[in-house]
Design a protein around this ligand. Sequence first.
Ligand SMILES: Cc1ncc(COP(=O)(O)O)c(C=O)c1O
Length: 397
Amino acid sequence: MLTVPLLDLKPQYAPIKEEIQAAINRVCDAQYFIMGPEVSELEQALAAYCQTQFALGVSSGTDALILALMAINIKPGDEVITSPYSFFATAGSVARLGATAGFADINPKTYNLDPAQIEAKISPKTKAIIPVHLYGQCADMDPIMEIAQRHGLYVIEDAAQAIGSEYKGRRAGSIGHIGCFSFFPSKNLGAFGDGGAVSTNDSALAEQMRILRVHGAEPKYYHKFVGANFRLDALQAAVVRVKLKYLDSWTAGRQHNAARYNQLFIEAGLADMSNDPAAELVLPSESRESGQYALRTEAAVEPFPGHRHIYNQYIIRAQDRRDALRAFLTERKIGSEIYYPVSLHEQECFADWGYQTGSFPLSEAAAAQTLAIPIYPELLEEQLQTVVNAVAEFYRA
Ligand SMILES: Cc1ncc(COP(=O)(O)O)c(C=O)c1O
């Protein structure tokens, strides 16, 4: 049986092994481990790639968010509007600064913050909006920026899953005031451990983050602010510098795989190219009579003009049979993952914020129904077919 892991980094590493090892050896020979030339070279390359004036390497995507929120002076009592359907760090970073997340529900097609839901959540305490570019697809940034401008709010893009993604021809991380990236190994641009970056076009914010990244010291040992250690290691920077050169070819591989999935799901009678939300799924589940659909794939999603999806994940929506489908795939040695099973407003640690189950029904539905299937660039055509055949078999059973 052909197995299909959710992610296998070994075929990415094999062809660039020597180049990566040479970069690691360069750092070993220099014995310069914290910041230094490897980090500044990477920062220049990242700024160019993200189409921003500044980029700073930091210790993780989570720390990128915390640093960005510190730079715009988020403090206890403030509110930050964000999506309840994201990785924990998006809201966790807000909580770490003593502020509160004012959640707004998602667009169920893109899984990103729905701009139409934002305005009603703005209060005198609101200081910023964090749109998350989930799964590698940008949130609808024009209306978000327009709302932010009208209310004098900062916009921090959580682009942890979206390096190189574009919205109307503009790169993720270049549209809001600050962009936050993660180099967690499973990201499209992964380090050999934790790492991340912030991007901005604002020189004052860049300077503020540069200082806060080293305990708020400027110059060294003279502390203007209380910052923290948000530094990126030279070893991680050296690895990411090598990988950045290959990122566009890996993205092309992911886009190819997504297009093949779309096509194969349509051929299998599991999806429809129509953008009509009522016609997007053709193979019904058990609940066919009740008008429910069985599966929704990327094929049904209308992209923004000039949009570039980098497919950190490829998501199918399996309605009421998600967990059974996942068990069926696991049995056939096909990897999958649930990103994310619990909406952020339902997390136990945020109970004090007072949200109830049912407050964000579209986010809760996504948490209950979606499944990520393998999309990494090196997947073979037979593996893609194996995944689609297994999904089709499940629905035909
Ligand atoms: C949307 C989102 N935000 C933030 C993060 C945090 O990044 P890290 O794991 O590098 O701290 C991640 C990744 O895990 C993420 O997916």
